[in-house]
Design a protein around this ligand. Structure first.
Ligand code: AMP
Ligand code: MG
Length: 469
């Protein structure tokens, strides 16, 4: 049986300066734990083949398909505000790009947890089963919610036990992304570029423009910056609409495509609290829920810096000066979707005023709005911070179906994800599969599973996420 597809090594060939040829390490006993059949089919991959020994060898990077040239990508990054000039794929490999049959777009096929590389900096290069399953579930939930994101094709357990808070089962994630180019990739190129004309940076920007923002003219660096800025703004506005806390918005985790990437310590809030943060390593709450737009602006300023003077300083300042208004527009657009009204409707501004004060659970609120639009307003009163506002909103002609299609029934609640992962790591996948089924069909109107809806019970206690993934 043959794979029936080839990969490209487009990025590796174009940017020898930014990659290091690498091999995935051997795995003692690889087992396919989850395969994303719908995604595989979307990509034109044969799901039967992926389940064969050959398929597994591909998914673990043991056998390369024609055209593939596995590389570790170099990138820099501001981590919690400090520049690390040399991060890179310390436990990941780009296997190559797959060309989509219909659009001819390239998507990256990437392994996370495939063993050490030259960028490992003392780390073991591996992934733990729990966190890899977590990224699979969270990223697929985000995709189903309509948020731009990397995807998860498979999780493979390696048969190795690795050291984290103790010995835990190892695994790797097969990730699919429109690319793995980050703000940190541009920073890395800038730091390595010795040429007067910044040839490497310019080529990288053109490459990223071709793949992600083809409507921008070649060489129009200001246009490219604006496109990245607006794509990221739209994504973060969706995070805020849904109560998603990324948790580690370092510049190496901010993509040029606008896709959400790196589901380490992320979480959905149980209350719309701007101060909410969950990551054990984010001690100052730098990446708290309400700080995300500001941090995005900060990260984009780092991108602009890395592009200057290809991007003229004056232009960079102008484009950054537009950021607050652009942000306001993006969040209003998203809030208007939650409410089923036009972005210019005054109820949107009113909503955004009381929301962070009243701090309702945003998912419960969204569904209460759906019910209220459907003439069952009972649940709304206790959630809305302003009774007059609710009356005003109720006078609007809201399309119930459209509202139900943007306000999810299911989001991956922390307490449920936690419990499902604990069972899964112990070998019982029942809860994980049920939860995955629910969060990848988040607007499902059929018979609901009440145990998968609503915030954590009071005795769940404060939730903490760990980056030691
Ligand atoms: P992340 O927090 O996953 O965005 O990773 C930040 C940096 O740490 C990246 O350069 C990763 O490749 C690296 N890294 C994370 N975990 C490991 C590990 N177990 N071994 C080697 N490098 C790692
Ligand atoms: Mg990262």
């Amino acid at each position: 049986m043959s794979p029936g597809f080839t990969l490209h090594s487009d990025f590796a060939t174009a940017f020898p300066e930014l990659v290091v040829d690498s091999r995935a390490e051997r795995q003692p006993d690889p087992q396919l734990v989850v395969l994303n059949d719908p995604l595989a089919e979307e990509l034109g991959l044969d799901t039967d083949w992926l389940r064969t020994a050959e398929g597994l060898a591909f998914l673990t990077g043991q056998e390369t398909v024609p055209g593939s040239r596995p590389v570790a990508m170099g990138y820099a990054g501001h981590q919690f505000g400090q520049l690390s000039p040399r991060l890179g794929d310390g436990r990941a490999l780009l296997l190559g790009e797959l060309e989509l049959a219909d659009s001819h777009r390239l998507v990256d096929i990437h392994l996370k947890g495939s063993g050490p590389t030259v960028f490992s900096r003392g780390g073991d290069g591996r992934g733990a089963l729990g966190p890899m399953l977590r990224e699979f579930l969270m990223s697929e939930a985000m995709h189903a919610l309509g948020v731009p994101t990397t995807r998860a094709l498979a999780v493979v357990s390696t048969g190795r036990r690795i050291m984290r808070e103790g010995a835990v089962p190892g695994a790797l994630l097969v990730r699919v992304a429109s690319s793995h180019l980050r703000v940190g990739t541009v920073q890395f190129a800038r730091l390595s570029d010795r040429s007067e004309e910044l040839d490497l940076v310019a080529r990288l920007l053109d490459y990223a423009r071709d793949r992600h923002h083809p409507h921008v003219a070649r060489g129009d660096h200001a246009g490219f910056f604006r496109a990245v800025r607006d794509a990221q703004l739209a994504t973060v506005a969706q995070w805020m609409r849904l109560g998603f806390v990324h948790g580690v918005m370092n510049t190496d985790n901010t993509t040029l495509s606008g896709e959400t990437i790196d589901y380490g310590p992320c979480a959905f809030t149980d209350a719309y609290d701007h101060r909410a943060y969950y990551s054990s390593i984010d001690t100052g709450g730098r990446y708290a829920f309400g700080n995300q737009p500001g941090i995005l602006g900060w990260n984009l300023a780092r991108l602009a810096e890395a592009m200057i003077p290809l991007l003229e300083l004056d232009r960079a300042q102008e484009l950054m000066a537009e950021f607050p208004d652009r942000w306001e527009a993006a969040r209003r657009t998203e809030a208007a979707r939650t409410l089923g009204v036009d972005a210019g409707d005054p109820v949107v501004a009113g909503f955004l005023d009381w929301l962070p004060e009243a701090r309702p659970d945003i998912q419960t609120l969204g569904r209460a709005l759906v019910d209220a639009a459907d003439n069952a307003p009972a649940g709304l009163a206790g959630l809305v911070g302003d009774a007059a506002w609710a009356q005003e909103w109720h006078t609007r002609a809201v399309d119930v179906e459209a509202l139900a299609a943007v306000n999810p029934v299911y989001i991956p609640r922390n307490h449920l994800v936690d419990a499902a992962l604990r069972d899964a790591v112990d070998g019982d996948f029942g809860a994980y599969e049920r939860l995955l089924q629910a969060v990848t069909n988040p607007f499902e109107a059929g018979p609901v599973m009440p145990e998968l809806i609503g915030p954590a019970p009071g005795d769940f206690g404060p939730f903490v996420t760990y980056c030691g993934t």
